[in-house]
Design a protein around this ligand. Structure first.
Ligand code: ADP
Ligand code: MG
Length: 268
C-alpha cells in the first residue's frame, strides 16, 4: 500500500509516559503509575481484558484526561503545556462508538479531518487528500452515501479515513477493528503499521497485536504488566496472569510472526 505525499508528510512524534496515574475522583485510581515510551514512527499496541484501563489510558494520551500524577509528553513537551490547537493538529483519534447521525455524507465526514489545517489548504489539495483516504479505506464507492446509513464496519473505516486526512504526527485508535471483517482487520492493521507516523492502538485481539505492532503494552487492572516486542511480552505466563487463559504460541509458517491459540485450562 503506497501513500502519496499529498496525504502523508508528517513529523512522527515521540511519546513518553512517566509515572502516570489517573482516576475520576481523588479517591478512585484507574491508571496506576504507568511508564512507557513510543519512538517516532513506531506502532504500539495496548492489550488487556475488558476494564483493564486501555480507553482511560488513551484519553490521557490525547489530552482528554489530565493526569492526577506523572506526565505525558510529546517530543519532550508536556501535553498540558501545549496549546489545545497544536494538540488537535498533531494528534488524531479514532474512538469507539462514533457519533451516530451527523447528517453528512461519507466524503463530508472524512473532510472534517482537515479542519485543524483549514487555513493552509486549498480546495483541490483537500479533495485529493479526501479521495486518497477514501480509496485507502475501500470507501470510494460510498463517498456520496449518508454516514448514518453505513454499517458498523463502514463507519469505522470512515472514521479511520477522517483521521488519515488530518496527517497526524500521532494517531491514537481505540479498538478500531472490532466491527471489521477479517480482511479489513488485516488491511487496517497493515496500513497502520506502515504509516510513517507514530501509532498507538488498543486491541483486544492478541494475534492481531502480535502480527503488526512493533511493541505491545499489556495492561491489567490499570497497571502495566509488560511492554516490549510481542514475542518477549506475550508469553503464556503473562497471558495466563492477565487474561486467565492458557496459550500455545507457535511461529507462523508463512509470516514468521507468532501465532496464538487459546484454551481455558489444562483439563480440556
Ligand atoms: P478498557 O478500555 O480496558 O475496557 P476502561 O479504561 O474503559 O477499560 O475502564 C477501566 C475501568 O475504569 C473500568 O472499570 C471503568 O468502569 C472505569 N472507568 C473508566 N472511566 C471512568 C470514569 N470516568 N468514572 C468512573 N469509572 C471509570
Ligand atoms: Mg476500552
Amino acid at each position: 500500500m503506497e501513500l502519496s505525499e499529498s496525504l502523508y508528510g508528517p513529523r512522527p512524534a515521540a511519546l513518553k509516559v512517566e509515572a502516570l496515574s489517573w482516576g475520576p475522583t481523588r479517591r478512585q485510581t484507574i491508571i496506576h503509575d504507568l511508564a512507557f515510551s513510543v519512538n517516532p514512527g513506531e506502532m504500539l499496541a495496548i492489550v488487556g481484558p475488558n476494564g483493564a484501563g486501555k480507553s482511560s489510558l488513551l484519553r490521557c494520551l490525547y489530552r482528554f484526561h489530565r493526569p492526577v500524577a506523572g506526565r505525558v509528553s510529546l517530543d519532550g513537551t508536556d501535553l498540558w503545556q501545549l496549546e489545545p490547537r497544536d494538540v488537535a493538529r498533531r494528534v488524531a483519534t479514532v474512538l469507539q462508538e462514533p457519533a451516530g447521525d451527523f447528517g453528512l455524507t461519507v466524503a463530508e465526514v472524512v473532510e472534517l479531518g482537515l479542519t485543524p489545517h483549514a487555513e493552509s489548504r486549498n480546495r483541490k489539495a483537500a479533495l485529493a487528500a479526501v479521495g486518497e483516504a477514501l480509496s485507502l479505506m475501500n470507501l470510494t464507492h460510498l463517498a456520496a452515501r449518508s454516514f448514518a446509513s453505513l454499517s458498523g464496519g463502514e463507519k469505522q473505516r470512515t472514521m479511520i479515513a477522517k483521521a488519515l486526512v488530518q496527517k497526524p504526527d500521532l494517531l491514537i485508535l481505540d479498538e478500531p477493528t472490532n466491527h471489521l471483517d477479517i480482511r479489513h482487520q488485516l488491511e487496517v492493521l497493515a496500513l497502520l503499521a506502515h504509516l510513517p507516523t507514530t501509532v498507538i492502538v488498543s486491541l483486544h485481539d492478541l494475534p492481531l497485536a502480535a502480527a503488526h505492532a512493533d511493541h505491545v503494552l499489556v495492561m491489567h487492572d490499570g497497571r502495566k504488566v509488560a511492554c516490549g516486542p510481542a514475542l518477549k511480552v506475550l508469553t503464556p505466563e503473562t497471558i495466563r496472569e492477565t487474561f486467565a487463559v492458557e496459550t500455545t504460541v507457535e511461529r507462523h509458517p508463512k509470516t514468521g510472526r507468532p501465532r496464538f491459540s487459546f484454551h481455558l485450562d489444562h483439563s480440556f
